[in-house]
Design a protein around this ligand. Structure first.
Ligand SMILES: *[C@@H]1O[C@H](CO)[C@@H](O)[C@H](O)[C@H]1NC(C)=O
Ligand SMILES: *[C@@H]1O[C@H](CO)[C@@H](O)[C@H](O)[C@H]1NC(C)=O
Ligand SMILES: *[C@@H]1O[C@H](CO)[C@@H](O)[C@H](O)[C@H]1NC(C)=O
Ligand SMILES: *[C@@H]1O[C@H](CO)[C@@H](O)[C@H](O)[C@H]1NC(C)=O
Ligand SMILES: *[C@@H]1O[C@H](CO)[C@@H](O)[C@H](O)[C@H]1NC(C)=O
Ligand SMILES: *[C@@H]1O[C@H](CO)[C@@H](O)[C@H](O)[C@H]1NC(C)=O
Length: 884
């Protein structure tokens, strides 16, 4: 829907910032307090039960995106939008190695009309996939409103931006482009949400996405009921609650624009002028809004404000034309969707009851015949509304035409018909989309014949190719080399992916490649598969011998069941970690193959990258990126490494959680790591955490929810439920990660047999101490004093949930990540207050220790730190940052 220019003069920044900070902080501290605080944001008189003319939404997220200032934006309709800084905690940008700039807030310089709208002065631009996440405290329908205006920018033309916007379940816009229009585009959706809402912006390849403002606001549960009438044939339609809705048109017929200020639910009602197809025949009438009555049961001010019912179009006095005609409104729509059409009526024209009798048509189908408002409401000037569902098959000529005309059996002196308000609402389609047939997961739900034929053709071709390929494989298998048995274990510790720097480099000595299936001279077989899938380069054995000085014992940096890990320096000077397998380790060729397929889909900043491999001379060698700072555990205890600060530890935990979250959800089929522990979290030279060692990893099951498998993993980290039932789920990784979190906090081995019995297992001991309220006693003394209380609370809460007895009670990695990020924000806030001199010079300086901080103090600091959500690197070189 396009909104024309409106001269809303605004007085932004009128709210004292202390108040805003308080709101923001409340969100950080607890979702429940947030809900309470938001309520305080609404007018004080708001109490829906006593006075239905106001409504205080439980969830009320209003964000003015890209607004560089840390102050809020107040609109003259009384609503206040959070600034970018205050809302940064909702935003996360997908980690992508190639994306260095995640989002650029842009200031509009001066644009003619939209500058009147405070919200359109700024936009946030996304160069990669990005996501806003909102916690929804009240399950049920929510307005999701998006504002787009192509703010001028020196280098990026927002009018060219092409992007997709979707929530967890619905595609809101697909490959959307605002085009070179100067109008703003406003989109409004009504979606039933439980728990959490993500709004995801996905720029089209080489393009950008942008957004000026976002609203996510609770709506009354009764706003759209489950049933409506249908036309053609006339019947009853039930099941509306299964749909999501997009408002296409909302008209205040016969009246002026109604702004959010005059609507209990902050809706905008346009004047019907532009859609009135026969203005010559119509005449606007209106009464004082206070004269409009709402019946007991039926229409309420939530359905439409009295401003809408107080005005209407009626038929012009009939002396001048023939007495019988229709009032007609015509609106263009996307014909591939079904629509909910809501009529608002209020008889403000009749002098007595039963004087007005008219028909209602939708696209020339009779929707209601001889509608008698007074028999429905038993009074004049009383609000009434009626819903109809128009099936996509009945949408013709790309438009919806609504008509009202006098019924032929009208008894009254003058034939008449009225309409007070009209809403045309698009229903989500079978793909869960409002824009095309692509579902949120990118699958195409259409069935068009030609498309099917193409797909079938491609499928056939692929099938034939596969058969030919299998034939070749079979022949090769027959001629497999004699030393095959020695080499089949190659895969037992197969791994993650290639680094972009060195991938696809072909080896000088490719003719000497060996392969598991083919002859040494052949380029095909797994070596070929490896490179084809971008799994990295092929190394000759000689190359690796040179890199490690012939696998010198001094170059060993790790030893495991699989063999040894060496540090190596390649000819180009790059350091790598070289993992050389023992020829004795186990795992079949099938698993090797599955793992290659599985792992070829993985690539993430927080997963260790595979650079290449060597399978020459019966060798099984994998080459990884070198992680200069080694295993996380070595920085926690048992070595002479300088201790890490709380913030560094948190950042590492967050990084690992991201890696695991990606593992669980990033690939088409989730992957369970199965051996999460501090020695499998490696740190690079900047202390960025990367999850390593996928030797035990399993593809997550698609259907049953678990894999039945022999219990493997590391003692002390092992999920007891998995141990008992031998059924593996992602939640087993979550359990292990919970143990890691306590290990990080307490800096002691997860199993220490030398300790008194109840203390041997860290997981049990930490939980026990936490329950007794004495967890502080076992925290690593090096950092204990530096941890902000709130940060600790959030962190321990996350760890404790991870260790829940049953998998179903444990959070997903996404939730764990979310909690850790909070813990970090709370810690940052307290640190900033302790060091007011650094960086944020405009902060209010406070000399209070962290425990004594009031909520407002903390909020000021948090809301001023814009970098939090951007995942900035918070590290200094090891040793420089020490706990206080
Ligand atoms: C939009 O831009 C294209 C090319 O950039 C131009 O041909 C077209 O006339 C423009 N449309 C409007 C409405 O300005
Ligand atoms: C919202 O969805 C939930 C379950 O998904 C359902 O129980 C509830 O009735 C729905 N609410 C509305 C107003 O449709
Ligand atoms: C909105 O309400 C104000 C009074 O609160 C009134 O003066 C104004 O005319 C109303 N505007 C519309 C479009 O109804
Ligand atoms: C009003 O519109 C309906 C549907 O388009 C049509 O069937 C009817 O004849 C019209 N009435 C008059 C009086 O033109
Ligand atoms: C529209 O009609 C088609 C077939 O007549 C039916 O399958 C579909 O469910 C209908 N959609 C709605 C929203 O009524
Ligand atoms: C659709 O267009 C055709 C020809 O343009 C016209 O005859 C027909 O009445 C139109 N139908 C509607 C519902 O507007």
């Amino acid at each position: 829907m396009l909104l024309g220019g409106d001269n809303n003069n605004s007085s932004p920044f009128s709210r004292p910032s202390g108040f805003s900070s308080f709101l923001f902080l409340s969100f950080l501290l607890s979702f429940t307090t947030f809900a309470v605080c938001v309520r305080a944001e609404s007018p004080p008189s708001s109490s829906p039960s006593s006075s239905p003319s106001t409504y205080s939404p439980r969830d009320n997220y209003l964000i003015d995106c890209g607004s560089g200032s840390s102050e809020q934006t107040s609109l003259d309709d009384g609503r206040t939008f959070k600034s970018d800084h205050e809302s940064s905690s909702y935003l996360s940008t997908k980690e992508d190695i190639e994306t260095s700039v995640d989002s650029i807030p842009v200031k509009a310089k001066s644009s003619p009309c939209p500058s009147a709208y405070p919200l359109y002065r700024s936009a946030r631009i996304f160069t990669g996939e990005s996501r806003y996440r909102f916690f929804i405290s009240q399950p049920g329908p929510h307005w999701v409103r998006l504002h787009f205006y192509p703010v001028p920018h020196s280098s990026i033309k927002l009018t060219d931006a092409v992007f997709t916007v979707q929530t967890d379940k619905f595609v809101l816009l697909h490959d959307f482009s605002i085009g070179n229009t100067t109008s703003l585009v406003f989109k409004e959706y009504l979606i039933n949400i439980t728990g959490r809402l993500s709004i995801i912006f996905k720029p089209h390849k080489d393009s950008h996405a942008f957004i000026n403002a976002i609203e996510v606001v609770s709506a009354p549960g009764s706003i759209i009921s489950d049933a409506a009438s249908t036309v053609a044939p006339r019947d009853t339609f039930t099941g509306l609650s299964n749909f999501a809705f997009e408002v296409s048109y909302r008209l205040n017929v016969g009246g002026p624009l109604v702004t959010p200020k005059n609507d209990t639910l902050s809706r905008t009602w346009l004047s019907d002028e532009a859609y009135n197809a026969f203005p010559e025949g119509s005449e606007a009438v209106s009464v004082e809004p206070k004269n409009v009555h709402y019946p007991d049961g039926g229409a309420t001010p939530y359905i439409a404000p009295n401003w809408v019912y107080a005005s209407a179009q009626k038929m012009k006095e009939a002396q001048v034309m023939q007495p019988n005609f229709n009032l007609t409104w015509k609106m263009s729509v996307d014909p591939s969707f079904s629509y909910l059409i809501r009529f608002h009526f209020c008889d403000i024209v009749s002098k007595s009851l039963n004087d007005l009798l008219f028909n209602v048509y939708i696209n020339e189908f009779m929707a209601a015949s001889s509608l008698d408002l007074s028999s429905l409401t038993n009074a004049l000037s009383t609000a009434y509304y009626k819903d109809f569902v128009l099936n996509a098959t009945a949408v013709k000529n790309d438009s919806i035409t609504v008509q009202v005309g006098p019924a032929s059996n009208a008894q009254s002196s003058l034939p008449n018909a009225i309409l007070n308000g009209l809403e045309v609402i698009k229903l989500s389609n079978e793909a869960g989309s409002f824009d095309g047939l692509f579902a949120v997961d990118g699958t195409y739900k259409g069935d068009a014949g030609t498309k099917m034929k193409i797909v079938a053709g491609v499928g056939l071709l692929m099938g034939v190719t596969a058969i030919v390929f299998l034939g070749i494989v079979f022949v090769r298998w027959q001629r497999r080399p004699h030393d095959w048995d020695k080499r089949k274990s190659f895969s037992s510790w197969l791994l993650p992916l290639h680094s972009t720097k060195t991938s696809f480099l072909s080896s000088k000595s490719s003719s000497r490649r060996s392969s598991l299936f083919g002859s040494r001279k052949s380029k095909s077989g797994y070596s070929g598969l490896f490179s084809n899938q971008g799994l990295g380069r092929f190394f000759t054995f000689t190359e690796l011998q040179n890199a490690t000085q012939n696998f010198d014992e001094n170059a060993v940096i790790g030893v495991g069941g699989f063999g040894k890990v060496y540090i190596g320096v390649l000819e180009d000077g790059n350091k790598v970690a070289i993992k050389r397998g023992n020829p004795g380790s186990e795992q079949g060729i099938n698993e090797f193959q599955t793992e290659i397929q599985m792992l070829s889909k993985l690539r993430h900043r927080h997963l260790v990258s595979l650079i290449g491999f060597c399978d020459e001379q019966s060798e099984m060698i994998l080459v990884y990126e070198y992680m200069a700072n080694g295993p996380f555990r070595d920085h926690l205890y048992g070595t002479n490494q300088p201790p890490l600060s709380w913030k560094q530890r948190l950042e590492i935990c967050i990084g690992s959680a991201r890696g695991l979250h990606y593992l669980h959800t990033g690939a088409a089929q989730g992957i369970i790591h199965r051996d999460v522990k501090t020695t499998n979290i490696l740190l690079d030279e900047n202390l960025v955490a990367k999850v390593a060692d996928f030797g035990l990893s399993k593809a997550a099951p698609m259907d049953r929810g678990y894999v039945s498998t022999a219990v493997k993993g590391s003692f002390g980290y092992l999920d007891p439920e998995y141990f008992r039932r031998q059924q593996l789920t992602e939640k087993s990784d979550v359990y292990s990660f919970g143990v890691v979190l306590f290990e990080v906090l307490c800096a002691r081995p997860v199993i220490n047999p030398k300790l008194p019995r109840e203390q041997v297992s860290l997981a049990e001991w930490a939980l026990q101490c936490h329950r007794k309220g004495i967890l502080e006693k076992i925290i690593d003394p090096v950092i204990a004093e530096t941890i902000c209380k709130e940060s600790l609370r959030k962190y321990v809460e996350a760890a404790e949930k991870c260790l829940a007895e049953y998998g179903v009670d444990r959070p997903g990695m996404g939730d764990v990540l979310w909690n850790l990020e909070y813990a970090m924000q709370l810690q940052e806030a307290s640190t900033q207050i302790d060091h007011p001199e650094d960086k944020s010079a405009n902060l209010i300086a406070l000399d209070k220790p962290c425990e004594n901080l009031s909520r407002e103090d903390l909020a000021v600091a948090v809301s001023d730190n814009s970098e939090i959500a951007a995942g900035s690197s918070l590290f200094s070189p090891v040793g420089k940052v020490r706990g206080r």
